[in-house]
Design a protein around this ligand. Structure first.
Ligand SMILES: Cc1cc2nc3c(=O)[nH]c(=O)nc-3n(C[C@H](O)[C@H](O)[C@H](O)COP(=O)(O)O)c2cc1C
Length: 391
């Protein structure tokens, strides 16, 4: 039960084996809510866990120290999966003083009606626990205004809040103890939670050097802990720069099979040109899975039949989700079946364009059912997209 991260710093979180949906994002592997106990002359606890998981956390803390001996409760992030059991915690960690960022304090005061005095820290503020020094780094909008990170200076452990996390419930605590490369899960997490803040992440990666934070271990708020920080730091840099490979994501919905057939023919053309193709029937795949794949794809082809002059609702939902994630450096194209006046392909093209994708216009639509010429056109569209990708 006792998971030492390093030298008196313990993981005391909880494992949520059953979670399958995290605010709309699909979590097929569950997750963990990570909290960290730092034991020195003074004792600090970084974050709590989601409501309903406090007993598990308390069991872990109690296995290391008497709960009344906790001196500080550091709230790196206000969101309920981290601060949700703060009321339970303050009943048990009776002597703890709460520490947060300025914005964290504002949020806690509002949410809990000024229930506790809160010590505010800023970037560069330090807290001595005896032999260990904690340094704080505000990371506003990664991914909420209140976010901050806590760095155990002497041990070089960066408790990184939601950055660098993954949604994986596992018995292992360290990334290098897993039987597979979890960067795929980290990318899904990044794409769904952090993609909109890519420019801030690039700034953060520089800021970390300015405040002399050189972690040997990165301990995020969800999932596995990184013993080789460069692995995930390098990936975050790549993702935040929207580096993409010769890959196209094709996603579609269909009523009578024309749009799905178009998708397959576009794929044939693109594959012929040597480009990697990823294919999604939107109603059979979760949108969080699609956007994750799109993270490092150079092109996105989105297909929809026309329904009542516009695009299919599932396609609209995907576009709404994608718009908020602010993707960059991508080619976009719309396609789909129609019957009389059409409308879906035009709407898709406009939506992709308004998000800043480099659109291939006017896209391509097929009236009712596929004819020989349409087949050729679809394959040719696939080839054209692939050629643009390779330019
Ligand atoms: C309920 C319904 C509404 C439709 N509305 C339109 C429309 O407003 N404009 C249009 O051009 N076609 C419309 N269509 C025709 C379809 O877009 C057409 O059958 C198309 O080929 C379907 O593509 P799919 O095979 O990919 O589903 C409609 C079809 C259905 C079943």
């Amino acid at each position: 039960m006792n998971h030492e991260v390093k030298n008196g710093i313990y993981w005391v979180g909880a494992i949520d084996w059953d979670l399958r949906d995290f605010h709309g994002y699909s979590t097929p592997k569950g997750t963990t809510y990570n909290a960290y106990l730092i034991v020195d002359e003074k004792i600090a606890l970084v974050d709590t866990v989601r409501q309903g998981f406090f007993d598990e956390m308390l069991m872990r803390v109690s296995g290391i120290v008497e709960p009344e001996k906790v001196d500080y409760l550091i709230i790196d992030h206000l969101e309920k999966d981290h601060s949700g059991s703060i009321e339970d915690a303050m009943k048990v960690f009776k002597n703890a003083k709460i520490i947060s960022s300025e914005r964290g304090k504002k949020g806690l005061d509002e949410w809990y009606d000024n229930k506790w005095p809160i010590i505010v820290v800023k970037t560069g503020s330090t807290l001595s626990l005896g032999k260990k020094t904690l340094k704080f780094l505000e990371t506003p909008m990664l991914h909420w205004p209140d976010n901050m990170m806590t760095y155990a200076e002497e041990d070089r452990v960066l408790i990184s809040s939601d950055a660098f996390g993954q949604h994986i419930a596992s018995s292992q605590r360290f990334e290098n103890d897993m039987h597979y490369d979890i960067r795929e899960d980290a990318r899904t997490y990044y794409a769904n939670i952090l993609m909109p803040f890519a420019p801030l992440i690039l700034k953060l990666l520089d800021k970390v050097k300015d405040v002399n934070i050189q972690p040997e271990i990165i301990a995020p708020a969800h999932g596995l802990i990184w013993r080789s920080p460069e692995k995930i730091l390098e990936a975050y840099k790549r993702w935040s720069m929207f580096e993409s490979g010769p890959k196209i994501v094709i996603a579609y919905d269909t009523m009578w099979g024309t749009s799905s057939r178009m998708a397959r023919l576009i794929a044939i053309g693109a594959i012929d040109e040597g480009v990697e193709v990823r294919m999604y029937d939107i109603r059979k795949s979760h949108i969080s899975e699609i956007v994750s794949d799109l993270q490092d794809a150079r092109a996105f082809a989105l297909g929809s039949p026309t329904l009542n002059n516009g695009m299919f609702t599932s396609v609209g939902a995907l576009l709404t989700y994608l718009k908020g994630l602010k993707p960059k450096n991508k080619i976009g194209v719309g396609f789909g079946g129609y019957g009389w006046a059409g409308g879906a392909v035009k709407e898709i093209t406009e939506a992709l364009k308004s998000m800043g994708l480099d659109t291939i216009e006017p896209g391509f639509q097929v009236k009712y059912v596929m004819k020989k010429d349409d087949e050729k056109e679809c394959i040719d569209l696939g080839r054209r997209i692939a050629k643009r990708i390779k330019e």
